[in-house]
Design a protein around this ligand. Structure first.
Ligand SMILES: NC(=O)c1ccc[n+]([C@@H]2O[C@H](COP(=O)([O-])OP(=O)(O)OC[C@H]3O[C@@H](n4cnc5c(N)ncnc54)[C@H](O)[C@@H]3O)[C@@H](O)[C@H]2O)c1
Ligand SMILES: CC(C)[C@H](C(=O)O)[C@@H](O)C(=O)O
Ligand SMILES: [Mg+2]
Length: 371
């Protein structure tokens, strides 16, 4: 089959990690006789530099024409440190999510047995953790009215949610729970926020449509603590935009590095696949960032296209790289492999995994070097 994939490498480490995800997809194409046509487009600080806009029209129209979108990361310190900047890289990503209707962001988190020692959390606490966060992505405070008083001493960010916005992601989260361990936790701040009370009321009213799912509720402050104290209690977490952003970075500590966390941003018409991490500007151009979040995002892309065997080929290769410690410095500081070497290993493993020849492993393991 032929698929058109829009690729948005973005800023900082975005281009480096996205290149490895493309390598993995090309290896899949070779083994399984698919054809991926990749078309690249600008978004973020690089797009502002080139066109003045963080999301050029050509990028949006390319995304609309594509079967799926692979995205790296955006963001640049020159904007992070300038609160007065009117045009910012992040506006590109937010506009893309909104214009494409990508309301449901799925963020899987698991403790890989191979990496159990990498987390600062105790082994017995994290071992066996397998959570998926359903983060609402096109509503809430991110997209509310923003105001600054004329004398610039008072700022306002509005937060609103409608029943329709809550229901459409909640149906997906309930269904995901049905396919997993049948537990759904709504995380909110219903003791304070009107929007959270609407979430609670709406989800409670939906529960009878999913009688096999055990539904519970947690306030977000407690949820932040429970994620670290006892992450195994969670199966599917459903939450609003801002809480999902914060809790997923926190949860990445369970896996051992944020460089492992992939995500799918899904709408009715299309879907975009993105690591949860940012542009990590300190590592840009150094070939040292972990590409696995981007590579695992490519696996989620394949699943979305219904290519399950192919997606498994990528996740198996990732597991093998972790087992052999063919990993970047965040996971393997003593004997770090570069970003591109990890990508090469994954692509080679996908193409040659039937090959039981141990030389194959030796070639890669002998190549360790580094930064
Ligand atoms: N989706 C996105 O594009 C996205 C997400 C978050 C932040 N950002 C932007 O990225 C810029 C930097 O933000 P930040 O420093 O808060 O977050 P960040 O995720 O870029 O980096 C935070 C820390 O996480 C670690 N890290 C991140 N990615 C890694 C990787 N692939 N491999 C190994 N370690 C990794 C590093 O220790 C890094 O210092 C900002 O401009 C921000 O707005 C963009
Ligand atoms: C860059 C920023 C707008 C974005 C968000 O807050 O959604 C990021 O942190 C993420 O998690 O994808
Ligand atoms: Mg974030």
């Amino acid at each position: 089959m032929k698929y058109n994939i829009a690729v948005i490498p973005g800023d900082g480490i975005g281009p480096e990690v996205t290149a490895q995800a493309k390598k993995a997809l090309m290896a899949v194409a070779n083994v399984y006789n698919h054809s991926f046509s990749f078309k690249e487009a600008l978004m973020g600080a690089c797009a502002i530099d080139a066109t003045g806009a963080p999301l050029p029209d050509e990028t949006l129209s390319l995304c609309k024409k594509s079967d799926a979108i692979l995205f790296g990361a955006i963001g640049h310190p020159k904007y992070d440190n300038d609160p007065k900047a009117k045009v910012r890289p992040e506006q590109g990503l937010l506009k893309l999510r909104k214009d494409l209707g990508l309301f449901c962001n799925v963020r899987p988190i698991k403790a890989y047995e191979q990496l159990i020692g990498n987390s600062p959390l105790k082994k017995e606490i994290i071992s066996g953790t397998d959570i998926v966060i359903y983060r609402e992505l096109t509503g809430g405070i991110y997209f509310g009215i923003k105001e600054l008083s004329d004398d610039k001493t008072i700022a306002f960010d509005g937060c609103s949610y409608s029943v329709e916005e809550i229901e459409r992601i909640a149906h997906l989260a309930f269904k995901e729970a049905q396919n997993r361990r049948k537990k759904l936790t709504l995380v909110d701040k219903a003791n304070v926020l009107e929007t959270s009370r609407l979430w609670r009321k709406t989800i409670t009213a939906m529960a009878n449509q999913y009688p096999d799912v055990q539904l519970d509720f947690l306030f977000v402050d407690n949820a932040a603590m429970q994620l670290i104290l006892n992450p195994k209690q969670f199966d599917v977490i459903l939450t609003e935009n801002l809480f999902g952003d914060i809790l997923s970075d926190e949860a990445s500590v369970i896996g051992g590095s944020i460089g492992l966390l992939a995500s799918a941003s899904v709408g009715k018409k299309t879907a975009l696949f993105e690591p949860i991490h940012g542009s990590y500007p300190q590592a840009a151009g150094k070939n040292c960032a972990n590409p696995l979040a981007a590579i695992l995002s490519a696996a989620l892309l394949l699943q979305h296209l219904g290519l399950h065997k192919e997606a498994n080929a990528i996740t198996n290769a990732v597991e093998k790289s972790l087992e052999l410690e063919i990993s970047t410095e965040d996971l393997n500081p003593e004997r770090a492999f570069t970003t591109s070497k990890v990508g090469d290993f994954i692509a080679d493993y996908i193409e040659n995994q039937q090959d039981s020849n141990m030389n194959f492993m030796n070639i890669h393991m002998g190549q360790s070097t580094i930064i």
